[in-house]
Ligand binder design. Structure first.
Ligand SMILES: C[S@@+](CC[C@H](N)C(=O)[O-])C[C@H]1O[C@@H](n2cnc3c(N)ncnc32)[C@H](O)[C@@H]1O
Length: 755
């Protein structure tokens, strides 16, 4: 793998001819040298073509895919400056591989593996902390350019430096502009204009901490400088210090009442400051047609603790209600992979990330750790698969800052720590991604069928991300909390009423929850751990016959769309028959699936169902509750693995035109999903569909608007609204919950139609 930086010094490595490169091998003890012979292009990494300079290897060229060197969003000019045509370079211990598109080349993950040869200084590695006087990154290597740089370095006229810096800044050459401002500051320490300009360049480059430091210094030196204050406020917003940013902008607004950019920024700062204290207009956010431009992070009644299940976990600090908001957090890093995803598919909701996006995300974490001391702390607080847990961080370390003093002291501490200890390397970042990353959406779909926002990231592949706090939540196959992804930001809500001190569990795989134990374990293998949740431990003890029956049903159905099992194949065949024949056959298939389910119940030694002959249990069963026969009811979550069979029953009953059975089975399904996964998409969808069917209308809103409601309809509507509030927010007004349910049903039906 090339993910580990070569430790060798270039002179100790023996140059090798390109034609001797072996696919799939890292060539230890060797190096490749060549000259860049074509303009570099930005793909996921930067693609560079290197022509060999070795005698005896002339005419040979090789492509290099270089990751973690160009900042995300780098344009062609920046890429060109990093790898100017004609530059000679060496790659230490090259890793030669076959890329996804079938071509071969050298993959470089660690920028330090590239050594620029000859005149000009090499670009700095992505890991360097970019302080104003250190910003030599991305310098050009062409000799004219180098001469111009040398001239600037020798320049002793602040005015020349100011003008040149401003020109470069206007040309979007932030890094170069910073060199001028840094030199200017050397000549005139404490110059407010130089600090203010440096802050602007840092903001352009996304160096929030450096921008904050420069703007803060400028503001302290000259509190009347509106530019200093404006840039300070912008940096504070990025550093999640919302209240103080708003206060600076308010003061600025008084100073400059007609300035539109101040007014606009103040408006968003006010929203963020309110959100930062837990006041989210969730109804407005979720039912809007557009994703919010930015959302504040907010940490609710939760804390990090040493979990008895695994490493660190999250728990409640007070009793909370189902649907209560616990956390809103923006992704620490996210990546969108190209659509031609290949290799490992595993994910929180449907599948996880492919190898390409794992590497991209790890690269982003590495870059962040280099650019920001605070982010570096957040990356280091996450576990990787080598070292299980890096201590128990306090929520405070990961929480937005309420005051500037808090931010300043956290920043000082983080910078001191960064100076004293090595940051994460690519290997560690890959480990962090493997343990913590979640897919947020896939295949160009919106992240949640009830949210009609377009996807947020560029490209049409899947998206995955890492969160600092959310990723400390452990998994359970009987979760009590759920995450709703809103593009980058994500909200965590309680799925049930919970007492103070209860560990919060989310489910890393929604599919797994409705699978029998063995298959569930296989699904979770993608996450590389053996689940020790209560449900898995209890299911390990089930009678062998029951386990066998569950697995039989699972095999008969086989949830995978690629290889439907016998029962599902029979169902599909119904669609090719004339309607009357299909209805008749559907009734037969329904009887067959029910018989399987009844066999399972019998195997589990439970009382027969209260709903005659359907194999469906009486309402509201929970562990220890009495069933209709006076015997204890089987907990719904223990039967949840047969949910796919119930769904097939529902489809058959619908096709057979048996409305009563359809509703009866839907109710049973809903109970099962409520037991296993309140707050899951299925929960809200089923509740909504049940409501729609009970009202015999196409929309939940129609049922709600109907004047005369029968008790069954009212109950169905109430259930649906409760489910929507559990998933999307107990604080939502009914009208907003119903709007979300309508979208959910519509989009779910559309998705089902496309399958
Ligand atoms: C996203 S992290 C969760 C936070 C983790 N406990 C920590 O201390 O960093 C996922 C890792 O936690 C552990 N884990 C989470 N849920 C678990 C469970 N139900 N049983 C066993 N291990 C679990 C596994 O090691 C998994 O790879």
């Amino acid at each position: 793998m090339s993910a580990v930086a070569s430790r060798a010094q270039l002179p100790s490595l023996r140059p090798m001819p390109m034609r001797q490169l072996q696919p799939g091998e890292r060539h230890f003890g060797r190096c490749i040298q060549g000259r860049i012979c074509a303009p570099a292009t930005k793909m996921t990494g930067v693609m560079v073509v290197l022509a060999s300079e070795e005698p005896g290897d002339a005419g040979t060229a090789c492509q290099l895919a270089v990751y973690n060197m160009a900042p995300p969003g780098a344009g062609p000019r920046q890429v060109d400056r990093l790898f100017p045509e004609g530059t000679c370079l060496a790659v230490k211990e090259p890793y030669f591989k076959i890329f996804a598109d079938g071509t071969a080349g050298i993959r470089v993950d660690c920028p330090s593996d590239i050594v620029f040869l000859g005149e000009g200084s090499p670009p700095a590695a992505a890991g360097g902390m970019a302080a104003p006087d250190e910003t030599t990154a991305a310098s050009g290597t062409g000799s004219m350019q180098r001469q111009a740089e040398l001239a600037l370095e020798a320049c002793t006229d602040p005015e020349t430096l100011r003008q040149r810096g401003n020109e470069l800044f206007r040309d979007k050459e932030g890094t170069q502009a910073l060199r001028c401002y840094a030199r200017w500051l050397l000549l005139e320490p404490g110059s407010v204009p130089a600090l203010v300009n440096a802050a602007a360049a840092h903001l352009e480059l996304g160096h929030w901490e450096q921008a904050y430091t420069a703007a803060r210094d400028a503001h302290r030196l000259d509190p009347s400088s509106s530019k200093a204050r404006y840039r300070l406020a912008r940096a504070l917003l990025h550093l999640r210090c919302y209240g103080p940013a708003r206060d600076h902008l308010k003061a600025l607004r008084q100073q400059m009442p007609k300035d539109k950019s101040v007014a606009d920024l103040l408006r968003s700062a006010e929203v963020l400051a309110a959100q930062g204290s837990g006041r989210f207009d969730m109804a407005g956010i979720l039912t809007a047609d557009r994703r919010p431009a930015q959302m504040a992070d907010w940490v609710g009644p939760i804390e990090v603790f040493a979990s008895p299940v695994a490493g660190r976990g999250l728990r409640t600090t007070r009793a909370v209600k189902a649907g209560e908001l616990l956390l809103v957090e923006g992704a620490l890093a996210s990546a969108a992979s190209p659509p031609h995803s290949f290799e490992l598919h595993l994910d929180m909701s449907t599948r996880r990330m492919n190898l390409g996006s794992q590497q991209q995300l790890a690269g982003e974490l590495l870059r962040l750790s280099g650019a920001s001391a605070l982010d570096r702390q957040r990356v280091l607080a996450l576990s990787d698969d080598e070292s299980p847990a890096a201590g128990v961080p306090t929520c405070a370390a990961l929480t937005p800052f309420q005051t500037e003093e808090e931010l300043w002291s956290a920043l000082q501490a983080a910078q001191a720590e960064a100076a004293d200890s090595p940051g994460p390397d690519m290997q560690r970042c890959l480990g962090v991604v493997r343990v913590n990353a979640w897919g947020t959406s896939g295949g160009g779909k919106s992240q949640d069928p009830a949210l009609s926002w377009p996807r947020h990231a560029a490209g049409s592949g899947e998206e995955s991300a890492v969160w600092a706090l959310l990723c400390l939540a452990n998994h359970s196959c009987e979760p009590n909390a759920h995450a709703v992804f809103m593009g980058g930001p994500c909200m965590l809500r309680a799925s049930r009423d919970l007492p103070a001190g209860e560990e919060l569990f989310v489910s890393y795989s929604e599919d797994a929850l409705f699978q029998p134990l063995r298959r569930r374990r296989q699904t979770l293998e993608d996450w590389d751990f053996r689940c020790r949740c209560r449900r898995c431990l209890v299911e390990e003890e089930l009678p062998a016959e029951a386990v066998e029956r569950m697995e039989e049903i699972d095999v008969d159905l086989d949830a995978s769309t690629h290889s439907p099992g016998r029962l599902r194949r029979s169902f599909r065949a119904l669609n090719t028959m004339p309607p009357a024949v299909a209805a008749h056959s559907a009734a037969g298939l329904l009887a067959e699936v029910r018989a399987s389910l009844e066999g399972l119940e019998a195997a589990l030694g439970q009382a027969p169902s209260s709903t005659a002959g359907s194999g469906v249990r009486g309402a509201g069963s929970s562990e220890g509750a009495a069933g209709s026969g006076g015997q204890p009811c089987l907990p719904d979550w223990r039967r949840a693995c047969v949910l796919p069979a119930y769904l097939l029953c529902i489809a058959c009953a619908q096709m057979a035109g048996d409305i009563n059975t359809t509703l009866q089975l839907q109710r049973a399904c809903l109970r099962m999903v409520e037991a296993v996964r309140p707050g899951a998409m299925e929960h809200a969808t089923l509740a909504a569909m049940h409501a729609v069917d009970a009202g015999a209308c196409r929309r939940v809103s129609k049922l709600a608007a109907a004047k005369r409601k029968r008790p069954a309809q009212q109950e169905a509507l109430a259930r649906a609204v409760r489910a929507a509030k559990t998933r999307y927010g107990r604080e939502l007004p009914e009208a907003a919950a119903i709007k979300l349910l309508d979208r959910l049903v519509e989009n779910s039906l559309m998705a089902a139609g496309q399958r």
